[in-house]
Write a protein that binds this ligand. Sequence first.
Ligand SMILES: NC(=O)c1ccc[n+]([C@@H]2O[C@H](COP(=O)([O-])OP(=O)(O)OC[C@H]3O[C@@H](n4cnc5c(N)ncnc54)[C@H](O)[C@@H]3O)[C@@H](O)[C@H]2O)c1
Length: 262
Amino acid sequence: MTDQGRLAGRVAVITGGAQGIGLAIARRFAEEGASVVLADLKIETATNAASDLQGAGLNAVALAVDIGWDESVKTLAGEVERRFGRCEILVNNAAIGMDTHIETMSMDDYHRVIRINQDGAVCMTMAFVPLLKKAARGRRVLNVASIQGLRGWPNQLAYATAKGAIVNFTRAASCDLAPHGITVNAIAPGFVDTPMSILPDGSHEYDSDWFRDIYVKYGRIPMRRFGHPVDMAGPAFFLCSDDSDYVTGQILSVDGGASATF
Ligand SMILES: NC(=O)c1ccc[n+]([C@@H]2O[C@H](COP(=O)([O-])OP(=O)(O)OC[C@H]3O[C@@H](n4cnc5c(N)ncnc54)[C@H](O)[C@@H]3O)[C@@H](O)[C@H]2O)c1
């Protein structure tokens, strides 16, 4: 087991840690010595991911949670307290994707996206503040927003509304939690190749003509490639390490320069 590294001795809870961006962040934190909790609705996928990390000599455990349900979040917080007694780092990463247009969206779909993508991060943070306060040092909350929370985007009404709320939740919570030495920051990923980018028909969103047009033809992503989950891990690590002690309430776009062109 890793007992060295810049996060050694710290407990990091990552929602949506079973796959994609959450797993890449969890792996990096574990490689830096943290004990990581992969907290996910998909408990089987999370358990397999935790086994992989353990197989690499890292400290990882999978715990079930539905962040869209208060009781489930409270149960998770209770289990983390029972096992570890505190939590140094909370990463609010879990979310769902859903195409929604203002003229065709149902209020049920809208509420579902808001409940998970917006309320889920708020509920998790409220439940984990007592555990963060029990940590001796390095108290961090990291939210995973999106560049769609910074700009408008067609067919993403609910998702973009929720991510916009996450951006300002980050700022507001940072003010409330600064007196407790808890920093609250966010990364805003651009287009990242994860299971979320696979469309219902099985095709890959980023293989589509519209995407190729955006990032190659019109150069809207100056780095001219989509991101990979591992591209998110370094910025997440910075915002959860001691190097960012005096950084709070900030949103860091990690998007190959896309938001610089908007
Ligand atoms: N992939 C992208 O292009 C992209 C771009 C910008 C922002 N993001 C954000 O990054 C984060 C991670 O996305 P990803 O692309 O890795 O997605 P993903 O679908 O690969 O992973 C999301 C994880 O969250 C879990 N999850 C979903 N609902 C949950 C719930 N109610 N309770 C607990 N866990 C739940 C899923 O089981 C899954 O493991 C999300 O917040 C997403 O909005 C992704």
